[in-house]
Design a protein around this ligand. Structure first.
Ligand code: HEM
Length: 211
């Protein structure tokens, strides 16, 4: 492996872990909506007004862009390095389902992200003027069954992405250890289920509440 492709893997691992941190905080704030409007709006207001978080928003956008560009480049590069497709090989013998479909689950998340920004970020940022009255918007959006369906599909996609991605990020950064790697793998498995089930069940909770 050349130095530049090792560099790309490191960037991928770092941006992946950064996005994992973001998604964890996001899930935590979303879970506030299960408690009630006051807590959720307070959490949302904090995220919308805290200067550190506000600055981090730009870093997050950059992290996403780098992750996406590098992910696409790595996929093209990996495909080019393997000109003979798995004709005689059983692909499941040496790679998992989630690792083979990283670009597909990634693109699914990306498509959802565009829809999500349009439905939440743009109205909150540019139409309400401030964060803080967002519970009503959340309830309105999640009362739409089509949106909830798309939302759940996207989070199943992200969950599959993280099924491989979580532990792969540690590998890419060279953080391997015979003692800790099995733990990282288990943690990754728990994390991917928490993300998939967590985000989906919050959306479903609000949908059923709206009936
Ligand atoms: C919140 C959203 C996302 C999170 C939390 C996330 C997380 C991760 C993590 C942790 C990895 C493992 C990195 C590594 O192996 O070093 C990864 C890999 C990857 N991600 Fe994402 N990702 C997200 C969104 C996306 C999007 C939108 C795309 C592309 C459209 C994408 C494409 C990829 C690809 C192609 C890989 C595999 C790269 C390789 O060949 O090693 N991801 N992601």
């Amino acid at each position: 492996m050349s130095y530049s492709s090792i560099g790309r893997k490191v960037v991928m691992g770092l941006t992946g872990l950064f996005l994992i941190t973001f998604i964890t905080i996001h899930l935590l704030i979303n879970s506030f909506s299960l408690v009630g409007p006051e807590l959720f709006n307070a959490g949302s207001k904090f995220m919308g007004t805290n200067p550190v978080i506000q600055t981090m928003q730009y870093v997050l956008a950059l992290g996403f862009i780098i992750h996406i560009i590098m992910g696409i480049r790595l996929t093209i590069q990996n495909n080019a390095a393997r000109p003979i497709k798995y004709v005689h090989n059983d692909p499941s013998a040496n790679s998992t389902f989630s690792s083979r479909y990283m670009i597909f689950t990634g693109v699914l998340v990306l498509l959802f992200l565009i829809l999500h920004l349009k439905d939440f970020f743009v109205p909150i940022k540019f139409e309400h003027g401030t964060f803080g009255e967002d519970y009503d918007l959340l309830v309105r959006v999640f009362s739409n069954p089509l949106y909830v369906f798309i939302y759940v599909v996207a989070f199943v996609g992200l969950s599959i992405h993280l099924h491989h991605g979580f532990q792969s990020a540690f590998q890419s950064l060279g953080w391997n250890h015979p003692k800790y790697t099995p733990f990282v793998k288990k943690l990754g498995l728990v994390f991917c289920y928490v993300v998939g089930i967590g985000f989906s069940s919050i959306a479903l909770f609000h949908y059923f509440n709206s009936l």
